[in-house]
Design a protein around this ligand. Structure first.
Ligand code: AHR
Length: 623
């Protein structure tokens, strides 16, 4: 194939193009990115069932009772009462979120206690079996009857534990069997990304940073919507001290602590230098419960309050609240998405008749420059400059066939691709997702190559496709509801596994176009798909390609303006020696080979061949 790239014309690329989508699914927040190590720290419940003691267990033969007569706060009404024998060390023990990693680093802990006690508490990290103690802290207490006292401590293991089969224990020694104590909000954090208190797991944040993302769509996904009326994600309940956060019944089968609250989401955006795409509840829950038009204004006002909270000055009600929480600088929001997948669950009629317009008009009236994103591509009528959101979970063959899908996107109906993933084997040709067919465990190479073609189709239309975010982003291998996912992890940070799709997004996202350039080609697209552009910031021409389903290598002769003999280019080629169905299984080796070479042009251009199932990026300096 002879391809000649033009130096002029073309379209400006969206600066957002590659981004992240996050919701708490697969214990990706609690037990995942959120670095808290203690599961059910506030006795809100371990699963979706009501408050419970699980997974806490007794130490020293203690009797543990869930009690609610003396709440720590209205948000955390339950606590554990610990009772045992006189002059015996008794307490509670927690196995973390399917294990606790012990490394030679500083762990920061805290707990609240109520009851009369003058003595020492012992906090430690120890092996779940055998009792080997890796780190211990003694905390002096003069806690009083009838009031809650907060204690803090640090644990500094001198060496690492061999595995994550460890527990955290907190114990005390009563002087009589009637000396009982209540405990709540027992928390333990390892070091966090950028050392933020109440922060994020560094290994996962580093993996996200390496993707060079430009936006973060949050906080859902389904998890924004709530399973039924009243269970939607509520920004105001995620604020402030952890004692003030009640958490909520998440949409994915487990309780959410809301430790990652709206402020933590925005700090995460700052830490990764990405644009927030803020989802607001649009009046429809996942089960189809619908807020009627006559009551929707309350929710519209709530989204305005949220924006005022994030961006308002000290003279506004909610801006003042943010400042009082210690955040004097506003968190600028440029993109608001109204709901999630409102085309589903019979939601489209109400979305199009009143829900989208009510949110859109109210937000635009107050923030005329705000970009409002509808949660579907089927939103009507098109109001103002609103943008749609296309979600697609499909087969590799269908993704590979969609190189031209975004050619149809118009300037009047621009779109975000807020979720996409090749999830199923090529067993059908109908284009809609078959939710009953099995999904693959991890992104496999054939899917990754097909997603590349889909992304290239978006890139060549990236004046109208504003961004792409693969979903779901993360899965905890000990508790997941959805696969495939971009990154897999468990309590052992050394096992974090980046998928084949991750490898491709990283390559494409780190080689951004500022503008797509026109090109002429001697062949039609397929089995090779490609797009060319320029990055004005780095002064580089960039050519991206993917090859799907061929029997022989595809030879290219590629020229850019000013190509002369001797010009050099860098070619990065991703292949999977294990073949189309190779995947990065959890903790296993990387199935993707990255080969970087320098190639030198002849007078007619750069000559190279791309093999079956490959993804490539070629860069050369502008002349
Ligand atoms: O990404 C998983 C789910 O898929 C999202 O929560 C939802 O928006 C979509 O249906």
């Amino acid at each position: 194939i002879t391809v000649s790239v033009s130096g002029t014309g073309g379209v400006t690329s969206s600066p957002l193009l590659y981004g992240l989508m996050f919701e708490d699914i697969n214990n990706s927040g609690d037990g995942g990115l959120y670095a808290e190590l203690i599961k059910n720290r506030g006795f809100q419940g371990d699963s979706l069932t009501a408050a419970s003691l699980s997974p806490w267990t007794a130490v020293g033969g203690a009797t543990l009772t869930l009690q609610s007569t003396s709440p720590l706060s209205s948000a955390l009404p339950q606590s554990v009462n610990v009772k045992g024998k006189a002059n015996t060390a008794i307490g509670i023990s927690n196995p973390g979120y399917w294990g606790i990693e012990v490394k030679p680093q500083t762990y920061t802990g805290s707990f609240y206690v109520m009851g009369s006690y003058s003595g020492l508490f012992t906090a430690n990290l120890q092996a779940a079996s055998g009792g080997k103690v890796y780190a211990q802290a003694n905390i002096t207490s003069e806690s009083k009857k009838g009031s809650w006292t907060k204690h803090t401590f640090t644990l500094k293991p001198p060496s690492a534990a061999p595995d994550t089969n460890n527990v955290f224990s907190l114990s005390f020694t009563p002087t009589s069997s009637s000396q009982t104590l209540n405990f709540n909000l027992i928390s333990l954090f390892p070091p966090t990304y950028n050392n933020r208190p109440n922060g994020m797991r560094p290994d996962l944040m580093n993996a996200l940073k390496d993707l060079n993302p430009s936006f973060l769509r949050l906080p859902g996904g389904n998890n924004l919507e709530g399973g039924s009326s009243g269970n939607e994600w509520k920004w105001e309940k995620t604020l402030g001290d952890l004692t003030e956060r009640p958490g909520r019944t998440g949409d994915w089968g487990y309780y959410n602590t809301d430790g990652i609250g709206i402020i933590e989401y925005l700090l995460w955006c700052q830490d990764l230098d990405v644009e927030p795409v803020l989802g607001v509840f649009a009046g429809m829950n996942l089960n189809g419960d619908l807020v009627p038009e006559s009551s929707l204004q309350t929710y519209v006002q709530d989204s305005l309050n949220e924006l005022e909270f994030l961006m308002g000055s000290a003279s506004t009600t909610y801006g003042k609240k943010r400042i009082a929480l210690g955040y004097p600088e506003p968190f600028p929001i440029k993109y608001v998405e109204v709901g999630n997948e409102d085309n589903l669950n019979n939601g489209l009629a109400s979305y199009n008749s009143y829900r989208f317009a009510m949110f859109h008009n109210a937000i635009i009236e107050k923030y005329p420059d705000m970009k409002i994103i509808a949660s579907t591509t089927e939103w009507k009528p098109q109001i103002g400059n609103s943008i749609g959101d296309a979600h697609e979970y499909n087969t590799p063959d269908i993704f590979a066939s969609e190189f031209h899908k975004f050619d149809k996107v118009t300037k009047e109906h621009m779109t975000l691709v807020g979720e996409y993933a090749a999830v199923q084997a090529n067993l059908r040709t109908n284009t809609s997702t078959d939710w009953d067919a099995p999904f693959v465990d991890h992104p496999w190479w054939i899917g990754a190559v097909s997603e590349a073609i889909y992304e290239l189709g978006a890139e060549r239309n990236s004046d109208r496709v504003i961004g792409l975010s693969y979903a779901p982003l993360l899965q905890n291998m000990d508790s997941h509801q959805w696969h495939p996912d971009l990154i897999s992890f468990n309590a052992d940070t050394s096992k974090t596994t980046l998928s084949t799709s991750y490898e491709r997004i990283k390559l494409f996202s780190n080689n951004r176009f500022t503008a797509v350039l026109p090109m002429t080609s001697s062949a039609a697209f397929g089995p090779a798909y490609y797009v060319a552009g320029i990055n004005d910031d780095t002064d580089m021409y960039i050519f991206k390609a993917a090859v799907y389903n061929t029997t022989s290598e595809v030879p290219f002769t590629l020229s850019f303006p000013g190509t002369t003999e001797g010009r050099t280019a860098r070619l990065t080629l991703l292949t999977a020696p294990g073949g189309a169905y190779a995947m990065n299984t959890f903790g296993g080796p990387n199935a993707v080979d990255t080969n970087v070479s320098t190639i030198t042009a002849s007078g007619s251009g750069f000559s190279f061949s791309l093999p079956q199932w490959s993804i490539a990026v070629l860069t050369t300096g502008r002349r």
